[in-house]
Design a protein around this ligand. Structure first.
Ligand SMILES: *[C@@H]1O[C@H](CO)[C@@H](O)[C@H](O)[C@H]1NC(C)=O
Ligand SMILES: *[C@@H]1O[C@H](CO)[C@@H](O)[C@H](O)[C@H]1NC(C)=O
Ligand SMILES: *[C@@H]1O[C@H](CO)[C@@H](O)[C@H](O)[C@H]1NC(C)=O
Ligand SMILES: [Zn+2]
Ligand SMILES: [Zn+2]
Length: 310
């Protein structure tokens, strides 16, 4: 019992020191009612083709950001017309998230779209689904009963086959207490794949570089304040992985905060070449809720094996 209480106190203490340096940006916001950059989607409840509602251009921007839309004519990208292209993008989104592809902004679609998520697009130019591409399917193989829903990044970028040991380093502004959760995430990928990872010595070059950034930070994928997108990472062999510094971060499951290690597991998947999975329980699913932890799933491991032919 005493040990449990001690554990609990250390946990609270850790959470406090962790949130202190990172979560300062929006301290004045009451924590019980936090707004999200995705809140506008609520106002579009029930919208369908033919509607012309004030916030529709934001829905177009949202779907373009995550890969579902690509207007040739920029006028249509920024107007509030619910046109054929938008309807088709919503249907593709709904198929990816196992929602009936009605093309209507219904409750289920709103609830998925509003969830905090990774900033990496699900697909490219609205042309495909979150399924493996360019893969040889072998119907006679022993995997015939395995339904996998992992995906690769467009063009299947990956590390050269000789490069199985990857080093990582933290940017100078990285909170020291957030390093251990990231190290644990690397350890988990290390023990489940053919990759090995090690932290590079200070001042050494590293394959992977991890940092905290806020708003527009110069890589073409600005963060959006509290809520909305939480983190993103670039495909092989770029190596950059960024946390949104405006989120509330935690070590482990803490109500209203996002678990550093779970998000690191997800972003490392991108660093290795995985795209988003349509399996809810997979770490490569685009959304990760607050107040919970997730771990690697068979679908994630199957994705790495397929990408690297292991
Ligand atoms: C969408 O259009 C229909 C008519 O087709 C209308 O009844 C409805 O109020 C509109 N919805 C919104 C949110 O504007
Ligand atoms: C874009 O759409 C607008 C409105 O329909 C139209 O007036 C304009 O000519 C289009 N531009 C191009 C380049 O097609
Ligand atoms: C997506 O669209 C852009 C611009 O239209 C084009 O340059 C790019 O090649 C497209 N990508 C794919 C994978 O189709
Ligand atoms: Zn992602
Ligand atoms: Zn970034």
């Amino acid at each position: 019992m005493a040990f449990k209480i001690f554990e609990f106190i250390s946990f609270i203490f850790l959470t406090f020191i962790l949130l202190a340096p990172i979560g300062h940006a929006k301290r004045s916001t009451p924590s019980h009612k936090t707004s999200s950059p995705f809140d506008f989607i609520n106002k579009l409840k029930g919208c369908h083709k033919g509607n012309n509602t004030k916030e529709i251009h934001k829905l177009k921007a949202y779907l373009e950001k995550f890969g579902y839309l690509k207007y040739e004519n920029k006028t249509h990208a920024t107007d509030d017309d619910f046109d054929d292209i938008l309807e088709s993008a919503i249907k593709t989104y709904q198929k990816n998230y196992h929602i009936k592809p009605s093309g209507i902004v219904d409750d289920e679609t709103i609830s998925k779209m509003q969830a905090p998520r990774c900033g990496v697009p699900d697909i490219v130019n609205g042309t495909n689904y979150m399924h493996p591409r360019n893969m040889k399917h072998e119907p006679g193989s022993s995997n015939i009963h395995t339904v996998s829903h992992f995906s690769f990044i467009e063009g299947n970028p990956r590390w050269p086959s000789s490069k199985t040991h990857l080093t990582y380093r933290f940017l100078p502004n990285f909170p020291p207490n957030a390093m251990e959760p990231v190290a644990r995430a690397f350890q988990k990928w290390d023990s489940s794949t053919h990759f090995t990872f090690a932290r590079a010595q200070t001042n050494q070059n590293a394959d992977l570089v991890i940092g905290f950034h806020s708003g527009d930070h110069g890589d073409g994928s600005p963060f959006d304040g509290r809520g909305g997108t939480l983190a993103h990472a670039f495909p092989p062999t770029n190596g950059r992985f960024h946390y949104d510094a405006d989120e509330r971060w935690s070590i482990g499951a803490v109500e209203g905060a996002f678990d550093l290690e779970s998000i690191a597991l997800h972003e490392i998947g991108h660093l290795l070449g995985l795209g988003h999975s349509s399996v809810n329980a997979a770490i490569m699913y685009s959304g990760i809720g607050s107040g919970l932890t997730k771990s690697l799933h068979a679908d994630d491991i199957a994705g790495i094996r397929a990408l690297y032919n292991r």
